[in-house]
Design a protein around this ligand. Sequence first.
Ligand code: TYD
Length: 204
Amino acid sequence: MKGKFITFEGIDGAGKSSHVEWLAESLRARGLVVQVTREPGGTELGEKLRTLLLNEPMHLETETLLMFAARREHLARLIEPALARGEWVVCDRFSDATYAYQGGGRGLDRAKFLTLERWVHEHLQPDLTLLFDLPLDIARERIAVASRVLDRFEQERADFHERVRQAYLERAHANPQRIRVVDANKTLESIRKTLEQIVITNCL
Ligand code: TYD
């Protein structure tokens, strides 16, 4: 039996990353084998591309192609083999992030996004995507409190992040079966309860 592919999405500061490992652990407690991974990254080459993507200024289409190049490698080496073995894959970001950041945030032509998406994973979409949504000012506050060096995307202005948020919501609206919007402006406990409920109803 093929495993399930679950992705986490949201604007920077939405707090999704703290829930990724928790979800994986709660699935493991049910006896499932779970791979936790992230994009851009997830393979040796993908992590090198991540360092470039997060730090080096580059043309929008270069950025998009590198995101999909890292994704191709990730699918071939980690995601597809794990799913074929019946394992579950929980991934921090996937193609919806390219749709939202390069498409919504930076204005990449949608037809180019669709071409690359079809090329790289025509027959595979996540079984479930958890979209962490919250107002921009709260997300920005969370990033400011973290007081670490900001990457190229986190350094973008508020209007960029607002476009990213809207593109995510638009994508969720167009794919209501796959993408579930989670109100990230709630307590950790309440978010975990929601996640558990969504995963149980949709994947188990
Ligand atoms: P992120 O997942 O937020 O990691 P961290 O929690 O360590 O900051 O960082 C990855 C950044 O890459 C994030 O700002 C969104 C961006 N990104 C894109 O712009 N397009 C993509 O396709 C992906 C996967 C990520």
